[in-house]
Design a protein around this ligand. Structure first.
Ligand code: AKB
Length: 315
């Protein structure tokens, strides 16, 4: 099949890397990057780009009419920390943006949709260690419960209208090509930039806050592998758990010190993001992803840290 792909929210942390990888696989002209703002990023500007606001359904309709996409990746979202500052906007964007795309997928018979969920769907009463695919879920951040509701919509559109929508519950994502925007796990990217620029970093999460994280290369590969998997193999139509690497700020700092021995970490007294982190799992069980579409992670804490520092130094 000759694929035509639209990536909505292309200028963000995942979008930039996904557009690059999708264009390498399917060809530049087959992948339309799209965001609410123009980008000055060479990756995004290396192929077609369309301005679009996912809350503007008429405009999205025109986009679907013009490009007749076979695959749509909806990445536009407000993350956990910013979501607490702008709760109504986060709900509106995260929810209605998704429903617009699911409706358009029905109307235009779009072959496949990808929508990202997050470990934020879990809450204080979910098991903290090796959190399983199915368990108590009581997220208490707007971002978290918008993602949980979004998962239910995805499964609903799959069951009711046959929309082939696929999703991953991403852990915190760490990459050197793009920066995160407004999440609780952002420290794990900032720390690398500050370690190289200043030799020190003040973490907004406490030393022993363990969270699941994943290197961007693994996350992009997971996304593409899930989208390429045979539909009949997929038993989860809400969103797949992905385990990633679980570590604390203290453990990440110790790993960075192996490369930059003078690096120093300190910890902020109080930050609202701590409460969000405390409600999330420390580690995740991703047996369903392994069994259904053969997921296998490549990077661990050591190889991720070495690769991040090497690439940021070159940049
Ligand atoms: C966030 O911290 O909000 C995101 C996420 C884990 O979904 N990185």
């Amino acid at each position: 099949m000759n694929e035509k792909i639209i990536v909505l929210g292309s200028n963000g942390q995942i979008g930039t890397e996904l557009v690059m990888n999708l264009r390498a696989k399917y060809g530049n002209d087959q992948v339309v990057a799209s965001d609410i703002r123009n980008s000055d990023n060479a990756v995004i500007n290396a192929g077609p780009f369309e301005l679009a606001n996912v809350l503007d359904k008429d405009n999205l309709h025109k986009l679907f009419e013009k490009h007749r996409p076979t695959q749509v990746y909806l990445l536009a979202a407000i993350l956990s920390a910013v979501g607490e500052q702008k709760p109504k906007l986060a709900w509106d964007l995260n929810m209605n943006g998704l429903i617009h795309i699911l409706d358009l997928a029905v109307e235009f018979k779009t072959a496949k949709i990808f929508w990202p969920s997050s470990i934020a769907v879990f809450g204080p009463h979910s098991p903290r260690e090796n959190t399983t695919q199915f368990c108590v879920m009581d997220p208490n951040s707007v971002y978290g419960f918008s993602k949980l509701a979004g998962e239910r919509w995805c499964e609903y559109y799959y069951t009711k209208y046959g929309v082939d929508v696929r999703s991953i519950r991403y852990p915190g994502l760490i990459g050197w090509r793009s920066e995160p925007g407004g999440g609780t796990t952002d420290y794990a990217v900032d720390i690398f930039h500050q370690a190289l620029a200043k030799g020190k970093y003040e973490s907004f999460l406490s030393a022993d806050t363990a969270l699941p994280m994943m290197y961007m290369e693994d996350a992009i590969r997971a996304t593409m592998e899930l989208m390429e998997a045979l539909a009949e193999k997929l038993t989860i139509r809400s969103s797949y758990n992905l385990g990633g690497i679980s570590f604390t700020p203290a453990q990440l700092s110790a790993e960075i010190k192996k490369h930059l021995p003078d690096f120093e970490i300190s910890y902020a007294d109080h930050d609202p993001r701590q409460a969000i982190a405390d409600s999330w799992p420390k580690s995740i069980d991703d047996t369903y992803a392994q069994n259904d579409w053969g997921w296998k992670q490549k990077f661990d804490l050591g190889s991720m840290t070495a690769d991040m520092l090497e690439n940021l130094k070159k940049q």
